[in-house]
Design a protein around this ligand. Structure first.
Ligand code: ADP
Length: 164
């Protein structure tokens, strides 16, 4: 008997994509038939990279990871995006206690918008849990070494952006 494929959406700003994101994507891709990474335009966050640059970065970093991953831009309500993708779950990564309150609230509101789509949290890998895009940018701006936090090609992207 055939069943409906399980589709998951992993939304984020990915400004830039970090090793923490890559880990969640790798683990998340095992849980679903198809994982759609939703890259938000999110102008309110004033990202360092344009959405086109972030899409290209994420595509490049996941190319070797698994065959069931797509990377898509979105600038709508997350639930509308997830519905349009035919998703049955939204994937999020959970780092410190600090993430919990915001994520708990967002999952609760999203559940009220559509309770057919479940938010699923993966605990951050112990070694990768301190990594945050915001801190990566801050460290890079002060000339610090970010190579332990982001893929090698992203180190180059961030350097080029700061020099440009
Ligand atoms: P957003 O703007 O939606 O918070 P981010 O790109 O910062 O977008 O994060 C996307 C998702 O990845 C969130 O669920 C976030 O908690 C998770 N995440 C970010 N960094 C890490 C990390 N180091 N380990 C695990 N999950 C992470």
């Amino acid at each position: 008997m055939s069943r409906r494929p399980h589709i998951g959406v992993y939304p984020g700003t990915f400004d830039p994509i970090t090793l923490g994101h890559v880990d969640i994507i790798r683990r998340g891709a095992h849980l679903v038939d198809r994982l759609v990474i939703g890259v938000t335009t999110n102008p309110s966050k004033e990202p360092m990279f344009t959405v086109a640059e972030r899409l290209a970065m994420v595509r490049r970093e996941v190319a070797e990871l698994a065959a069931n991953i797509d990377v898509v831009e979105f600038d709508s309500l997350l639930m509308d995006f997830a519905e349009a993708q035919g998703a049955s779950l939204i994937l999020r990564g959970l780092r410190a206690v600090a993430d919990f309150e915001y994520e708990f609230q967002m999952a609760g509101m999203n559940q009220q918008l559509n309770d057919d789509i479940e938010t699923v949290f993966l605990m951050a890998d112990v070694a990768l849990q301190p990594i945050a895009s915001r801190l990566v940018k801050e460290i890079a701006r002060y000339g610090g070494d970010i190579s332990k936090f982001v893929p090698a090609a992203v180190v180059t992207d961030v350097r080029a952006k700061l020099q440009g």
